[in-house]
Design a protein around this ligand. Structure first.
Ligand code: SAM
Length: 305
């Protein structure tokens, strides 16, 4: 956060000020509001979101039918509901910016969860910032954080990686880029591709713990935990799960985080006592790195001795 922005947050908090859509507020201040909506359980809408959506001059959403249904269930009849999705964003953005320049209150919501997270909105926020228009966030449900919380995997450091490429080669290559990230990894994935993605992850990321979180906040919420290989085998046999899924993968072993020097150091020590095969097996078990990768390195080191 920039210093100026920090200063604004602090002064608001110290003055006990509330944004204008507080219970006592009347019309919210003009600007763009990024409003999170539930990811399944309607009760997860926030009080702020209810008030802001009821007061907005315009609600931009991905699919007007989906959001129309949600708003109706929430008892909100919007003044204007306008589509803003990946196929019309370039065309629709100027009209939203014009409304904002006129001093209107514009809310952005997605079909479910937090806008901008694997959903449209980033370019609209950029445009508002470039044009000096106010942007505010009303936080709420997000499948990524809910899945992370329930995964049983470390939450202190994580990387949200969104959707992986659909084609295997591109997917494996992107997983390779993420392999050394020293934290948990969070992915969105289609149930149809889940087994193939888990298989690629086991091959590229090695024997890590993982969790598949399905139908979060809904009636059939379920979290299946295991190693990547176990989960890949389960979904290959059981077929695609029903509903929506978040995939969380635990952090790599210490050698991968420390880098190739650390791996060489461990292997050199092990090779002083063991054959390349046994040294590789021991180091792979200790670090969580893929056996094949460690064995290939062990052979090279053994030859150069
Ligand atoms: N912006 C949304 C958010 O904050 O969670 C995510 C939108 S993204 C287009 C949709 C993906 O989120 C789904 O394919 C699935 O991976 C995940 N997702 C959404 N709702 C979910 C739920 N209730 N349970 C599990 N995953 C969910």
């Amino acid at each position: 956060m920039r210093d100026g922005a920090k200063a604004v947050s602090r002064s608001r908090a110290s003055a006990g000020e509330q944004p204008n859509h507080s219970p006592t507020g009347s019309k919210p201040d003009p600007g763009l509001y990024l409003v999170s909506t539930p990811i399944g359980n309607l009760d997860d809408i926030t009080l702020r979101a209810l008030k802001l959506l009821a007061a907005a001059d315009c609600i931009a959403c991905e699919d007007t039918r989906v959001s129309g249904r949600l708003l109706s269930l929430l008892g909100i009849r919007p003044t204007a509901l306008t589509p803003y999705h990946e196929h019309n964003a370039e065309r629709a953005r100027p009209a939203l910016l014009a409304r904002l320049h006129q001093g209107q209150v514009v809310a952005l919501i997605s079909d479910a969860g937090t806008p901008l997270l694997s959903d449209p909105g980033y370019r609209l926020v950029r445009a508002c910032l470039a044009e000096g228009l106010p942007v505010s966030s009303l936080p709420g449900a997000s499948a990524a954080l809910t899945g992370l919380q329930l995964s049983g995997l470390p939450c202190d450091r994580f990387l949200f990686a969104g959707f992986l490429p659909v084609k295997t080669a591109a997917r494996r290559s992107q997983l390779g880029e993420l392999a050394a990230v020293p934290g948990s990894l969070i992915f969105y994935e289609s149930p149809r591709r889940l087994a193939a993605t888990l298989t690629d992850m086991a091959a590229v990321l090695g024997p890590r713990d993982a969790a598949v979180a399905r139908e979060l906040t809904k009636l059939y919420e379920e979290v299946r935990r295991g190693s990547l290989a176990e989960l890949a085998a389960h979904y290959a046999a059981a077929g695609p799960p029903k509903g929506e899924v978040v995939l969380v993968v635990g952090p790599p072993g210490p050698a991968a985080v420390a880098g190739p020097d650390e791996l060489d150091h461990r292997l050199t020590e092990a090779l002083a006592e063991l054959s390349p095969r046994d040294a590789a097996a021991a180091v792979a078990a200790a670090t969580g790195l893929p056996k094949r990768q460690v064995y290939a390195r062990a052979i090279l080191l053994a030859k150069s001795r």
